[in-house]
Design a protein around this ligand. Structure first.
Ligand SMILES: [Zn+2]
Ligand SMILES: [Zn+2]
Length: 136
């Protein structure tokens, strides 16, 4: 008995790799971090692209201001406006620099996320039982 790392608590698998990007899945949001592990909300928010709101895909930084975006997101944005969507510093396709450290961090976080979330929810459920508010 006990929790198996890697299995989902509610039996659902989120479709993070799917074509539909966005917040339609409640699991796919920084708001899932509650209670003891709520500090992870800020960690996750810092790993999300300011254009699409999703975890960075192949992150690149702009040479002048160092703001980072998904490679595809910023390339599409620069087709419309030649500046940084966050700070409006001038930018062109030639200013894009691959951010490998950020990419590795996102990969590591993505790999750990499901297990961390399962641990977080199990912990909060146990805290609820101890408190006696098992009404839900
Ligand atoms: Zn993006
Ligand atoms: Zn910027």
């Amino acid at each position: 008995m006990g929790l198996r790392a890697g299995s989902t608590v509610d039996g659902r698998r989120s479709l993070r790799e799917g074509a539909a990007k966005g917040m339609d899945d409640e699991d796919d949001s920084p708001d899932v971090w509650q209670g003891t592990l709520r500090a992870l909300r800020a960690v996750e928010e810092s790993l999300r692209c300011g254009i699409c709101g999703d975890l960075f895909e192949g992150p690149v930084s702009l040479a002048k201001c160092a703001h980072a975006y998904c490679s595809l997101c910023i390339r599409q944005a620069l087709n419309f406006r030649q500046d940084c969507p966050t700070c409006r510093a001038g930018a062109t396709h030639g200013d894009l620099v691959a951010n490998r450290a950020l990419g590795d961090t996102v990969d590591a976080f993505r790999a750990a996320r499901a297990s961390l979330l399962a641990v977080s929810r199990a912990h909060e459920a146990l805290v609820g039982v101890v408190r006696g508010d098992a009404a839900t």
